[in-house]
Design a protein around this ligand. Structure first.
Ligand code: ADP
Length: 543
C-alpha cells in the first residue's frame, strides 16, 4: 500500500459477481451431468439384463419344441422323463415371461412401449401365451395319446416354425433399436450439458481467471521491483555508512595512540568497541539483504582449505586469547587440502560460527574439525566437506534450539546483550550453506557446550604434495607429549603418529616425570618432549 492505496489496482467488484454466477451455472451443469450419467449406467445395466433374459426365453422355446418332437417318437418308458423336462422348462419360461412383462402398461414381451406401425411384439404376448396353453395341454395328455398326429403336439412342434421365433427375433431387434434411440437422446443431452459447462468455464476464464492471473503476475513483478529497489537501497546505504565508519576507525586509532590519560583511554576504547560492533551490524545487514534479494552469487575457485581454516583461526585468536580459550584445528592427516569451492563464503560461515563459539564460551576450548569424505552418490559431486565447530561454552536450552537459525533470534536477551550481536549471524550462515547446496545443524547441552555442523558438496578435492612427504619422517622416534587439555594431546598425537613417531601422553608435569622415570628404568629412550607451557601446578618450563 502506498498512501493507503494498493500498489496495483485489483480487478473490479462486478467481475467477481459475474464470475460467481458463471461458476454457479457450471456447478448446476455438473449436477445435471452426474444425474444423466447415473441414469445412463442404470439403463445400460437393465438393457443387458433384458437381452440376456430374452435370449434365454428363445432358447427355451427351441428346447421345448425339440423335446416335444422326441416325446412323440420316444419309447413309452422314456416319455415320463421327457415330460418332466418339458415341465421344468415351461416353468422357467413362465417365470422369465413374468419378469419381462412386469410393467402392466406395456403388453410386450420385452417390456417396452411399442410405437409406430410395427406392433409385432404385441403379437408375441398373444403367441407366447398361446404356446404356454398348448404346452400345458400336451403335458396333460396320457402317454398313449401322444403322437405326431395329435393336434396339440403337432401345434406345439409347429408353433415356433409358424412364426413365434421370427416374432421373438423381430421384437428383440425392435427393442434394440428403441434402446439405441433412447441412448442417443441421453448421450446427446449429456454432451450438450458438458459443452455448456466447458463454455461457461471458458467464459469464467476470460471474465475472471485471466484478469486475476494478470493481476497476480503484475503484483509479483512489482514486488520483485520493490525488492530489488530495497536491496539496492540497503546496499547503497550500507556502503555509504561504511565510508564514514572508516573515518571513525582511523581517527579512533590515531586518538588511542596519542597521549591520553587513563580515563580518556577508556573512553576511546569504548568508542572503538562500539564502532566495531556497528560495522559488524552493517556488514550483517548488507549480507542478509544481498542473500534475500538473490544477489549473493557463488564464486568457486581452487584454494587451500587448510590454509583458509588456519587464517580464520588466526584472525579470531586474539579474541580467544583475551578469554584464555584454546583455539584448535583438527585437520586429520591425509585429508585433502586443495578443494574447488567458494573460499569467501566458506570463510564467512567459519568466521561466524567460530566467532559465536568464542563469544559464548568462558572457559575450555573451541575446536574446528574438518572432514572431507569421498562419496560416489552424486554424478559430479564425489566429495563432501563437513566442518564441525565444537565449544565448551554456555550451551543452548533445548526449547530454543529449533528457532536458532531464525533471523534476529537471540537465546537470552540479557546475556546476548552482554556479549553483543545482531542475531543475524546464524541466519546468514544457514543461507550461505543452503546457497552452497548444503545443510547445517546444531547439537547443544546447556552448561556443557555446543557443536554446529555444516556439510556441503564439493566437486573436486586433491591431496597436497607437501603432506605426502611428511609420511615416515619421524619413523622410530619416541615423543612425550605433555598437555593438560585432552583435545590438544589427541591432535598432536594424531599428527606425529601420521609422521611415523611413537607418542607417549601425560596430562601434567607430575605424570610426565613419572613416565620419564619409568621409561628410563626400562631402558627405553625418549627422543623428544613436546610440552604445553601453561598448566596447573607446574608449567612446561619447570618440567
Ligand atoms: P548473534 O549476533 O547474537 O551472535 P547469531 O545469529 O550468530 O546472532 O546467534 C543467535 C543466538 O544463538 C545468539 O545470540 C546465542 O544466543 C545463540 N548462539 C549462537 N551460537 C552459540 C554458541 N556457540 N553457544 C551458545 N549459544 C549460541
Amino acid at each position: 500500500m502506498v498512501d493507503g492505496k494498493p500498489l496495483i489496482a485489483p480487478p473490479r467488484q462486478h467481475v467477481f459477481a459475474s464470475y460467481r454466477n458463471v461458476l454457479l451455472l457450471v456447478v448446476a451443469s455438473i449436477v445435471v451431468m452426474a444425474v444423466l450419467g447415473g441414469l445412463l449406467v442404470s439403463e445400460h445395466v437393465k438393457a443387458v439384463e433384458y437381452d440376456y433374459l430374452a435370449d434365454h426365453e428363445t432358447l427355451l422355446v427351441q428346447r421345448v419344441t425339440f423335446l416335444t418332437q422326441r416325446l412323440a417318437t420316444a419309447e413309452p418308458s422314456e416319455r415320463n422323463s421327457i415330460l418332466q423336462k418339458i415341465r421344468s422348462y415351461l416353468t422357467e419360461m413362465e417365470k422369465i415371461y413374468g419378469v419381462l412383462s412386469t410393467n402392466g402398461n406395456h403388453d410386450t414381451l420385452l417390456n417396452l412401449p411399442i410405437v409406430g406401425e410395427d406392433s409385432a411384439p404385441l403379437q408375441i404376448s398373444v403367441q407366447i401365451k398361446n404356446f404356454f396353453q398348448i404346452a400345458h395341454k400336451v403335458l396333460g395328455l396320457t402317454p398313449d395319446q401322444i403322437s405326431l398326429q395329435q393336434p396339440d403336439v403337432a401345434a406345439l412342434i409347429a408353433g415356433p416354425e409358424a412364426g413365434l421365433m421370427q416374432a421373438l427375433e423381430k421384437a428383440d431387434e425392435l427393442r434394440t433399436e428403441q434402446m439405441d434411440d433412447y441412448f442417443y437422446v441421453l448421450y446427446g443431452v449429456l454432451g450438450l450439458t458438458a459443452f455448456f459447462a466447458i463454455m461457461m468455464l471458458g467464459i469464467a476464464n476470460t471474465l475472471m481467471l485471466r484478469p486475476a492471473m494478470n493481476y497476480v503476475m503484475r503484483a509479483q513483478q512489482r514486488l520483485n521491483e520493490l525488492n530489488q529497489l530495497k536491496g539496492d537501497f540497503l546496499a547503497n546505504m550500507s556502503h555509504e555508512i561504511r565510508t564514514p565508519m572508516n573515518g571513525i576507525f582511523g581517527m579512533t586509532e590515531l586518538l588511542r595512540d596519542s597521549e591520553l590519560n587513563p580515563r580518556q583511554h577508556h573512553y576511546v576504547k569504548t568508542l572503538q568497541n562500539s564502532a566495531d560492533h556497528l560495522l559488524g551490524l552493517i556488514n550483517d545487514i548488507l549480507d542478509f539483504t544481498k542473500i534475500g534479494a538473490g544477489h549473493m552469487k557463488l564464486d568457486p575457485v581452487r584454494f587451500d582449505l587448510r590454509k583458509t581454516s588456519e587464517e580464520v583461526l588466526e584472525l579470531l585468536s586474539t579474541r580467544a586469547r583475551e578469554k584464555n580459550l584454546e583455539l584448535l584445528l583438527h585437520y586429520p592427516p591425509g585429508t585433502p587440502h586443495i578443494i574447488f569451492a567458494d573460499p569467501g563464503r566458506i570463510r564467512q560461515v567459519l568466521f561466524n560460527l567460530i566467532g559465536n563459539a568464542i563469544k559464548f564460551t568462558d572457559k575450555g576450548y573451541v575446536m574446528l574439525h574438518i572432514d572431507l569424505r569421498h562419496e560416489g552418490k552424486e554424478l559430479d559431486c564425489q566429495w563432501w566437506l563437513r566442518a564441525r565447530i565444537e565449544d565448551t561454552g554456555i550451551g543452548i536450552p533445548e526449547d530454543k534450539v529449533h528457532m536458532l537459525f531464525e533471523k534476529f533470534m537471540q537465546v537470552e536477551s540479557g546475556s546476548t546483550r552482554a556479549r553483543q550481536g545482531t542475531g543475524l549471524g546464524l541466519a546468514i550462515s544457514r543461507d550461505l550453506v543452503h546457497l552452497m547446496d548444503g545443510t547445517i545443524s546444531v547439537e547443544s547441552k546447556p552448561g556443557k557446550g555446543t557443536t554446529f555442523t555444516w556439510e556441503i558438496p564439493i566437486s573436486e578435492a586433491s591431496e597436497p604434495e607437501a603432506s605426502i612427504s611428511h609420511i615416515g619422517v619421524l619413523e622410530g622416534r619416541r615423543i612425550l607429549i605433555v598437555d593438560d587439555l585432552e583435545p590438544n594431546r589427541y591432535l598432536f598425537k594424531e599428527t606425529l603418529t601420521a609422521a611415523g613417531a611413537e607418542c607417549l601422553l601425560a596430562e601434567n608435569v607430575g605424570e610426565a616425570l613419572s613416565l620419564l622415570d619409568y621409561e628410563d628404568h626400562c631402558g627405553r629412550k625418549i627422543d623428544a618432549l613436546m610440552t604445553d607451557y601453561l598448566m596447573p601446578n607446574k608449567n612446561g618450563l619447570q618440567l
